[in-house]
Design a protein around this ligand. Structure first.
Ligand code: SF4
Ligand code: SF4
Length: 129
């Protein structure tokens, strides 16, 4: 049963983020809005072109900028720390901020530990989507 829509941050219904970091890894992209780019660049004290060059790639089909990953096996977002924190938390992109209360993938229970716990499921065996 989907969780009710509500404002960030947690708790939302009975959902509590377990900070497993799995929503910041794996296939898929963080698509950025112009406001996201502006806010993130500002949070790093960078000009937007410099920020885009360093942390983003342009996705021609969608005509949107995406965050790059760290090039690791788990395809971790460039801003994910080793302890599953977001380095850009104060300027988190809209897409990230909305997960999983405003949007979520159909297979969320495969990887989101908070969602699994809410549904009474044991921790997932795999560490990434
Ligand atoms: S920007 Fe932050 S919240 Fe979004 S995927 Fe990257 S690490 Fe996760
Ligand atoms: S996958 Fe779910 S529990 Fe894990 S960090 Fe993301 S929102 Fe939190």
């Amino acid at each position: 049963m989907p969780a009710p829509l509500a404002d960030w941050p947690y708790p939302v219904g009975s959902f509590v983020c377990h900070q497993c970091g799995n929503c910041c890894r794996g296939d898929g992209f963080v698509e950025l809005t112009e406001a996201d780019i502006s806010a993130m660049a500002r949070s790093f004290g960078m000009k937007e072109p410099e920020f885009l060059e360093r942390y983003c790639q342009y996705h021609k089909p969608s005509r949107r900028w995406h965050l790059i990953d760290q090039g690791d096996e788990l395809q971790s977002c460039i801003f994910l720390t080793e302890d599953n924190r977001c380095r850009v938390h104060t300027a988190k992109p809209e897409q990230c901020e909305g997960f999983p209360t405003r949007w979520r993938s159909a297979n969320i229970a495969d990887y989101c530990e908070g969602w699994r716990a809410m549904e009474g499921k044991p921790p997932a065996k795999r560490k990434t989507i």
